[in-house]
Each structure stands twice: as C-alpha cells, then as structure tokens.
Design a protein around this ligand. Structure first.
Ligand code: ZN
Length: 86
C-alpha cells in the first residue's frame, strides 16, 4: 500500500480539527518519538485515513467519515499540541 505524508491530508485535518494541523506536534505513545503531523506516514487508501508513527509504525491517528460524521481517534498520541498562534 502506498503511503504519503501528513501534508497530503492537510485538508482533511483542517476539516476535522477546524484548524491547520500539519504543524501541530504529536508524541507517539508507543516509542516516544515526536514531530509535526506533516511527518506522519499516512495510509490514505485504508478505510478512512490512518496516520502511523514514522519510527515505530504504531497507529497514531485514525479519521473515518461515516454518514457525514467524522470519527477521530488520536489515542495513539501521548501528546498532541497545536503551536501557539498570534
Ligand atoms: Zn512511535
């Protein structure tokens, strides 16, 4: 299955979270690696969108849209922080 990076789902993230999220910093709950969502390994062809840790392949982010409602699972992150805006 082909993978893309988090920039490819920038529009989906913006729609889901209501904000620009590619620069948000996430920490993997499994291996502790952290980085911007833009660096996720994304499987956009899975049922919905699956974002995996670039280092350990743990699932960090799942977004599934069903009947017009987006279901978001970010439980793979230990932390997910939006950079401060001015
Ligand atoms: Zn990891």
């Amino acid at each position: 299955m082909t993978t893309v990076d988090g920039n490819a789902i920038a529009g989906t993230l913006r729609t889901t979270f209501g904000a620009e999220m590619t620069a948000a910093n996430g920490t993997c709950a499994h291996c502790g690696a952290s980085g911007p969502l833009a660096e996720l390994r994304v499987y956009a062809e899975a049922p919905g969108v699956v974002g995996r840790c670039r280092h350990c392949e743990s699932i960090l982010l799942v977004i599934v849209e069903r009947h017009g409602v987006s279901c978001v699972d970010v439980s793979g992150f230990a932390t997910l922080e939006q950079p401060a805006h001015r």
